[in-house]
Write a protein that binds this ligand. Structure first.
Ligand code: P6P
Length: 339
């Protein structure tokens, strides 16, 4: 190993655990299981194109095995990895209507954490080779160890998260996460399956010029968003705004966090509560955004303070550089009476 080789994700998790002397290692173990599943999903995502090239009907993969839809495969991979480590009592996934009880037993391990996740967000982009992502959110259970898991263990406000992160399967694969002490990004070296610290202490630039929104929905937008877009398009000066929208939340979010920008999926006449899910898309991304010095609201209220009502609840989502968020929220407040 070269002397200046960056620290691996595994070493980082252990190092950070040492920072918490009372930590008993379960969260570290949980994060390691996510690391393992990300490597497996990355391998399958990178093969997806090959299946299409071989003209497989999508029913068989190149080894003749039954081809699972990639998002179901990602779901199963993360579920298997999380349930094998005995530190998770329940899991909620975009792919399952109800949450999965892993175990109620109080064996001193099982009773600690719940995980909510979108195993493969933006999977409609797979067949056009556009980046996709996994999003995860981690809480401590509320109910007593050894008692049955209840919905309240899953329906917690985002401000109770103990960790959150995403995996972006892009030109390279990067795992970005926070445990409430800043945001760090780890890039996968697929040749040896190690994630290396490539983006230490990530910060949203306070200002930015990129806005990410599906302008095809313009006629459905609230007046505040329509006026904000007008402002962006008329903004003169040496840094005019740029529209960048991949159609994959993790890709748009990550680019905006690196370069400075804002992502908006507002409510509209076609999406009365917006499209994105509060528990396993907005809350984890909002936790990361705030830890990186950014901001996330539903246009009016901090995402992390929203009280969840049901597992797959949708909310409007505005997230990004603080200065851009201030401007769009001013438009939302000013024009909210006109909707
Ligand atoms: P639209 C993908 O389906 C997703 O949940 C996000 O990843 C993405 O930002 C958004 O929906 C795209 O939605 O309506 O613009 O196609």
């Amino acid at each position: 190993m070269q002397p200046n080789t960056p620290i691996t994700l595994g070493e980082f998790i252990i190092q950070r655990q040492a920072d918490f002397p009372y930590s008993t290692g379960e969260l570290s173990s949980l994060l390691s299981s996510i690391r393992l599943a990300a490597r497996v999903v990355n391998r399958e995502v990178n093969k997806a194109g090959l299946v299409d090239v071989l003209g497989a009907s999508g029913k068989e993969n190149i080894q003749g095995e039954t081809q699972q839809k990639l998002d179901v495969l990602a779901h199963n991979t993360f579920i298997d990895a999380l349930t094998s480590r005995e530190v998770v009592c329940a899991i909620a996934s975009e792919e399952e209507e109800d949450y999965i009880v892993v175990s109620d037993k109080d064996n001193g391990k099982h009773n600690k954490y719940v995980v909510l996740m979108d195993p493969l967000d933006g999977s409609s982009n797979i067949d056009v080779n556009i980046s996709i992502g996994t999003i995860f959110s981690i809480y401590r259970r509320i109910t007593e160890p050894g008692t049955p898991v209840q919905e309240q263990d899953l329906l917690q406000p985002g401000n109770k998260q103990v960790a959150a992160g995403y995996v972006l399967y892009g030109s390279s694969t990067i795992l970005v996460y926070t445990t409430g002490n800043g945001v760090n990004g780890f890039t996968l070296d697929p040749s040896i399956g190690a994630f290396y610290l490539s983006h230490p202490n990530m910060k949203f630039p306070e200002a930015g010029t990129i806005y990410s929104i599906n302008e095809g929905n313009y006629i459905h937008f609230p007046m505040g968003v329509k006026q904000y877009l007008k402002y962006c398009q008329e903004k003169k000066g040496n840094r005019p705004y740029t529209s960048r929208y991949v159609g994959s939340l993790v890709a748009d979010f990550h680019r905006n966090m690196v370069k400075g920008g804002i992502y908006i999926y507002p409510s509209g006449t076609n999406h009365p509560n917006g499209k994105l899910r509060l528990l396993y898309e907005c809350n984890p991304m909002a936790f990361i955004a705030e830890q990186a010095g950014g901001k996330a609201t539903d246009g009016f209220t901090r995402i992390l303070d929203l009280e969840p009502k049901e597992l797959h609840q949708r909310v409007p989502f505005f997230c990004g550089s603080k200065n851009m968020m201030k401007v769009v929220e001013t438009f939302m407040k000013t024009f909210s009476e006109q909707d």
